[in-house]
Write a protein that binds this ligand. Structure first.
Ligand code: C5P
Length: 286
């Protein structure tokens, strides 16, 4: 038996644009993504000689092949033709669940990377990303990590200059959102305001954090219900009042984040939010 513990980092969307619905039911997207230090820890074993085993520290997560980490292991076996001789994973979740931070996708990507090393299969990052695509749309990005532009379903990736190092305060509001429901809501409206993706790419190229931060924008925010919108706006206001250079919602939400040059103000925002919400974190970009 071989065992190892690896980290799976969370992601944020600096921008999220929906370009249109496709014939396959998915949507063409354009998103600037960024990895943060906030991470789950996965203990992965192969050669266990037992059927697939999945466990997590959160009772409500699937502990079978429906868990993206397990699905990734099964896809890896299929893609490489290697029998893992039994696979187990224990996931210690820290990244908020169903929060727009790519937690499940990142767990899946971490499994793919770990299995690639443990088995000596030698797949390239690109090949691992292709396997990951079958598990979920955000998995290919999570295989690469860092600062990247994701297009198409999310699988067409372009590496971008790294976001200048900064502190991140993040907070998951008290409500949850269904991703398919949010996509169908956006199908029913005319998206009036799009993120300035070209401007965002220019700001990253120039290494100007404040120019990046003020371009943070997510097309899903306007289609939230009035109550959800109000809650997101209140968190954004609090982050900005504490000196965030910019703030926005990540992915299909509901996590809201703000970027800061200094740790102190980010910490002060986090302290205040911790009095109001359960899932509040201070982290940094990776
Ligand atoms: O690919 P994944 O399983 O993560 O997607 C979850 C859901 O999000 C899909 O079933 C679809 O409703 C929506 N989605 C989409 N277009 C994308 C990615 C996801 O419509 N590019």
């Amino acid at each position: 038996m071989q065992e190892r513990t690896v980290k799976a980092y969370g992601k944020l969307n600096l921008t999220l644009d929906v370009l249109g619905r496709r014939d396959d039911g998915y949507h063409n997207l354009r998103m600037v993504m960024q990895t943060v230090e906030l991470a789950d820890a996965l203990t992965i074993a192969i050669g266990t000689g037992r059927a697939l085993q999945v466990s997590t520290n959160l009772g409500f997560l699937p502990n079978n092949a429906k868990n993206l980490a397990a699905s990734a292991a099964l896809r890896f076996q299929e893609a490489t033709g290697r029998d893992l001789g039994g696979f187990s994973v224990h996931i210690q979740k820290t990244i908020p669940v169903c929060a727009g931070m790519g937690g499940g996708s990142s767990d899946a990507a971490a499994v793919l990377r770990a299995l690639n090393e443990m088995t000596g299969a030698g797949l390239s990052d690109m090949e691992l990303a292709r396997v990951g695509e079958q598990v979920g749309s955000d998995v290919p990005y999570c295989v690469f990590g860092g600062t990247a532009l994701a297009e198409g379903r999310g699988e067409r990736l372009t590496r971008l200059p790294a976001l200048p190092a900064c502190w991140v305060a993040l907070c998951k509001p008290g409500f949850s959102i269904s991703t398919p429901e949010l996509f169908s809501r956006i199908d029913g409206v005319k998206v009036r305001h799009h993120p300035d993706t070209a401007g965002m790419l220019g700001a990253l190229e120039a290494g100007e954090l404040s120019d990046v931060a003020r371009r943070i924008y997510n097309v899903f925010e306007p289609v939230l219900s009035p109550r959800q919108k109000k809650e997101v706006q209140e968190i954004k206001n609090l982050l900005l009042q504490h000196g965030a250079l910019g703030a926005g919602m990540s992915g299909t939400g509901p996590t809201v984040f703000g970027l800061y040059t200094e740790k102190g103000p980010a910490q002060a925002a986090v302290r205040e939010l911790q009095g109001l919400y359960r899932d509040v974190f201070l982290t940094r970009t990776v």
